[in-house]
Design a protein around this ligand. Structure first.
Ligand code: PLP
Length: 435
């Protein structure tokens, strides 16, 4: 039997060595309190901690594990790639394999550039938009998270919201001044910003469906209107599908909306699922814009480990394993689980709304009357109810995202047995939330 070590012991050690004991802030359980679990393995819909406790996982590595943890096809592809060497710093065949799979799913993507994190993808997309248009200003929406690049950290949702930070120290006023932050779902505000600053706006960047202030449904036609307005003013639309891409449908959230409504963004950003758990992200879009990137164009971007062969192998195997059955399972389980959560909370008289965008959902407490349509709504909810709810679920063996501002992630591996465990945990968690 392998030796077990308590999370407390590991956390003490980690805190002495790394800021807050973590390498990404929300992992520190800051808003829910208690000791973060240290995970040592994952298989299918389950993760196991350092003390040998197994949890049904509703984090799925914050999205990448679309086909379930340690999927046999993905592991086999990675093993094969590892045996050939870890990194060559040169082009490899697998890069084009992954690019072709992406383009097969998201038709408007004519060129793709691989990077290693979602932050790099959005950072490059913004630089490219500025280089292409020759303009400086970028519009983002309050509560949308696009990674931790300086210019997009204002009102950023995700960990910035979880830790109740106003933004980030270390971002210069000059940088912040080049970002216009507007309320989400408010087209009149976008029109007004373009009326005033149109000639200087390089791009609007938006999450295809926000999931970092909890989930928020884009109002009907919102993204289409952004496409129309940016085009009319010669600015670019950057659709951030880092979280939604290849998850909400094979063609992401755009596949549920733009593909049917007849619009496409100028640039997409992808991450998470595209690497199946390895550090891969990408930006893609119209060739005319993408070819502004070096070596063809004047906008510089590079990466020692970009297109890493092992990461590419994981991405290719993950997208191939993401069959229609996987999406059908996630869609059905998401509907079943969100209804069960709502029923359990209602049975305890807990005021809430279930926030949805495709197969993504989250709970917002105290918002039954009006739901959550923007960041102000998200911040005004009864966040204090999440902490007891979260810990009750954790004690019952269900690992939820440790923040009310995050979406719950399902996978193709979440089966009846995993669902039964979650459903059995809900009544006690709802009671805890009601207290
Ligand atoms: N964009 C969105 C919509 C995200 O949800 C995230 C991460 O959660 C990012 C960008 C940044 O990606 P990464 O954490 O890989 O830098």
């Amino acid at each position: 039997m392998t030796q077990t070590v308590s999370s407390e012991e590991l956390y003490d050690r980690a805190r002495a060595l790394m800021p807050g004991g973590v390498n990404s802030p929300v992992r520190a359980f800051g808003s829910v309190g208690g000791t973060p679990r240290f995970l040592v393995s994952a298989k299918g819909p389950y993760v196991t901690d350092s003390e040998g406790r197994e949890y049904v996982d509703l984090v799925c590595s914050w999205g990448p594990a679309l086909v379930g943890h340690a999927h046999p096809d993905v592991l086999a592809a990675v093993h094969t790639a590892v045996d050939r060497g870890l990194s060559f710093g040169a082009s490899t065949p697998a890069e084009a394999d992954l690019a072709a799979l992406v383009m097969d799913r998201v038709k408007p993507v004519e060129r793709l550039r691989m990077v290693s994190t979602g932050t790099e993808a959005t950072m490059t997309a913004v630089r490219l938009a500025r280089g292409f248009t020759g303009r400086n200003l970028v519009i983002k929406f309050a509560g949308c998270y696009h990674g931790h690049l300086d210019g997009l950290l204002a009102s950023a949702g995700s960990g910035v919201a979880t830790l109740a930070l106003p933004g980030s120290a270390g971002v210069t006023e000059a940088t912040a001044a080049e970002t216009l932050v507007l309320p989400y779902n408010d087209i009149a505000a976008v029109e007004a910003a373009f009326a005033e600053h149109g000639a200087n706006i390089a791009a609007v960047i938006t999450e295809a469906a926000p999931a970092n202030m909890g989930v928020v449904t884009p109002a009907d036609g919102f993204n289409a209107a952004l496409s129309r307005i940016t085009t009319a003013h010669g600015a670019l639309l950057i659709l951030d599908e880092v979280l939604t891409g290849f998850r909400t449908s094979p063609a992401g959230y755009w596949g549920l909306t733009g593909a049917n409504e007849g619009w496409a963004p100028d640039l997409y950003t992808f991450g998470k699922v595209i690497g199946g758990g390895m550090p891969v992200a990408a930006l893609g879009g119209r060739a005319e814009v993408m070819d502004y990137l070096a070596p063809l164009g004047p906008v510089y971007q590079a990466g020692t480990l970009s297109g890493n062969p092992i990461a590419m192998a994981a991405g290719v195997a993950t997208l191939k394993a993401a069959t229609a059955e996987v999406y059908a399972n996630i869609d059905a389980r998401s509907a079943q689980l969100s209804q069960a959560v709502s029923d359990a909370l209602a049975a305890e008289g807990v005021n809430h709304s279930i926030q949805r965008a495709g197969n993504l959902f989250s709970i917002a407490f105290g918002t039954a009357e009006h739901g959550v349509h923007n960041y102000a709504d998200a911040l005004a909810q009864d966040t204090f109810r999440f902490k007891p709810f979260f810990h009750s679920m954790l004690d019952s063996g269900v690992y939820l995202p440790p923040s009310v501002f995050e979406a719950w992630f399902l996978s193709g591996a979440h089966d009846d047995a995993a669902m039964d465990r979650i459903l059995a945990a809900l009544p006690a968690a709802a009671k805890a939330a009601a207290a």
